[in-house]
Design a protein. Structure first.
Length: 370
């Protein structure tokens, strides 16, 4: 049993039509409830909810402060390699793109860690392209213990792995894994994943199940907003979250909101989400689930990030470099995608503090026994 079994019982077109059929009465009913179900979530992401955005935002901010206080967690991505054995239409690391390829060795990783530590971070997200042979388990076995010496909290965003491999990485210091389905629409997924292991839609879809069974502390899910009709894709994310929390209550969960950004290859979004609609989605997730962590990356503009963070966001990346070696020696031609918030870490932290939030530089620190 995995979420694949649940997904197979769901019909994309029926769900899309159901979302767009929601009325103002459905929205008001959802806003009047203390505990929301998936039908309520449909109402809150529907066009009918757009006139209620202010009410949604106020309630979302209140729920976030009740659960997370006036804190904002900071993390930073550490790109270890841009080697990739997949051909994907939307990613700068796609094997078909003619870019310089680089995988960091021990000394280069040390320099990157030192540069990141100097920025005050204690929570890092390790990112690679998906290349099983050159950037697979043997590589991860070598680099995780080295990186863990520098940071309290390690997350990864790499190719899907087996349950026993996640268990091994957990023993080496891995705390969290982000694995985004990109889109829950199988035909669209096939259209954009042309070659490589990533073409296996159902294997990727079952990855959070394997992560939870392996005892990973935190699991991040989400859709690449713009690849398909965003409301329907984001409903599937909510359904996935509800299934995971019901089935694997021991793990924590997070949702990210990556909108398609310019990259080598240049895929145009199929479904354009406005800033106002992204605010609506963030608030809808918070009202649906007061416990889930919501993360906003440097894909978004400084103005948008500063204005939306009080409404439901719990973690931010800052000062991000999306290429291997980006912190010690900037090499922009290796980027996965172009970022929008190019402010320094200090500037982002200052903006967050000016809004009355305390910056938290680590996710958690393991207890020590005497």
């Amino acid at each position: 049993m995995s979420f694949v079994d649940v997904w197979q019982q769901m019909d994309w077109d029926d769900i899309r039509l159901s979302i767009y059929a929601k009325t103002a009465a459905d929205v008001e009913r959802a806003l009047g409830k203390s505990t929301l179900d998936l039908e309520d979530f449909k109402a809150l992401i529907s066009p009918a909810a757009e006139p209620y955005l202010e009410q949604m935002a106020q309630r979302s901010a209140m729920l976030t402060r009740q659960r997370f206080g006036h804190t904002m967690s900071f993390y930073v991505p550490l790109y270890l390699s841009n080697l990739c054995a997949n051909a994907c239409t939307y990613c700068g690391f796609s094997m078909e793109n003619r870019i310089k390829r680089r995988t960091l060795g021990e000394q280069e990783i040390e320099r990157e860690c030192e540069a990141i530590k100097a920025l005050n971070f204690d929570s890092v997200l390790l990112v690679t392209g998906e290349h099983q042979t050159k950037v697979g388990m043997n590589y991860f076995r070598d680099v995780l213990p080295q990186i863990k010496q520098h940071f309290s909290y390690l997350a990864m965003e790499v190719q899907p792995l087996e349950q026993d491999e996640y268990q091994e990485l957990r023993q080496l210091g891995l705390d969290a894994v982000m694995v985004y389905q990109e889109t829950y629409n199988a035909p669209t997924y096939a259209k954009h994943h042309l070659r490589g292991n990533k073409t296996n839609f159902e294997y990727r879809l079952a990855t959070p199940d394997r992560l939870a069974k392996a005892g990973i502390d935190k699991i991040g899910i989400g859709a690449l907003i713009g690849m398909e009709e965003w409301r329907t894709d984001c409903f599937f994310v909510a359904s996935h979250l509800a299934y995971l929390e019901r089935t694997y209550w021991q793990s924590r969960y997070s949702i990210s909101f990556p909108r398609l950004r310019p990259c080598t290859g240049g895929l145009e979004p199929k479904s354009v989400m406005t800033d106002r609609q992204l605010v609506q989605l963030i608030c809808a997730y918070r009202l649906f689930n007061p416990e889930v962590e919501l993360s906003l990356s440097t894909r978004e503009s400084p103005h948008f990030r500063d204005n939306v963070l009080p409404l439901g966001i719990t973690s931010l990346s800052a000062g991000s470099k999306t290429q291997p070696g980006g912190y010690a020696d900037d090499t922009p031609e290796l980027e996965q995608f172009a970022i929008s918030d190019e402010r320094s870490v200090v500037d982002v932290a200052t903006a967050v503090k000016q809004q009355g939030f305390e910056v938290v530089w680590k996710d958690w620190h393991p207890a020590y026994s005497g």
